[in-house]
Design a protein around this ligand. Structure first.
Ligand code: ZN
Length: 161
């Protein structure tokens, strides 16, 4: 259990494509634990491994319904559309309007390297898209409609990830 340093926009690691996890190791399990701790400590709803400087395809999410761990996640189905404010722990104090699918189905592996599927709507669908973008070196700021604006945690986006 440890809190890791969150890399911020401008850090090269956030622009790189992460590598698939091939085998689960104690070291990777520890990374996942640390990612969950770091996400909860920061008040975020999601965190991707590159945000703590590790280029592995691992995402953790909790939109208030319990932790979800996704290894090598892929979006397999989307539908609808939602437009709303989005924030990111790697872009502190800012938010911006992004359009995402309203429904997203994800295929991934769990920590036992078994295939799992998750479906999400609204905030969870947004978190799936946002976090998986991180694994390909993309930040939401590339997709913002209009300008980024200042946001505090209380009055800002629904959740930072
Ligand atoms: Zn983010």
């Amino acid at each position: 259990m440890a809190i890791r340093e969150i890399r911020e926009i401008g850090d090269e690691v956030l622009t790189k494509v992460s590598k698939a996890v091939k085998v689960m190791t104690p070291r990777t399990l520890m990374l996942i634990d640390d990612m969950l701790d770091t996400m909860y400590e920061s008040g975020g709803v999601g965190l991707a491994a590159p945000q703590v400087g590790i280029l592995k395809r691992i995402v953790v999410i909790d939109v208030g319904e319990g932790p979800i761990v996704l290894i090598n996640p892929e979006i397999v189905e989307t539908s609808g559309e939602q437009t709303g404010d989005e924030g990111c722990l790697s872009v502190p104090g800012k938010a911006g309007c992004v359009t995402r699918p309203n429904y997203v189905k994800v295929k991934a592996l769990n920590t036992k390297m078994k295939e799992v599927f998750y479906e999400g709507e609204e905030l969870l669908a947004r978190a799936f898209c946002h976090e998986i973008d991180h694994l390909d070196g993309h930040l939401y700021v590339e997709k913002v409609e209009g300008e980024l604006h200042d946001a505090t945690y209380e009055e800002g986006p629904e959740g930072e990830s």
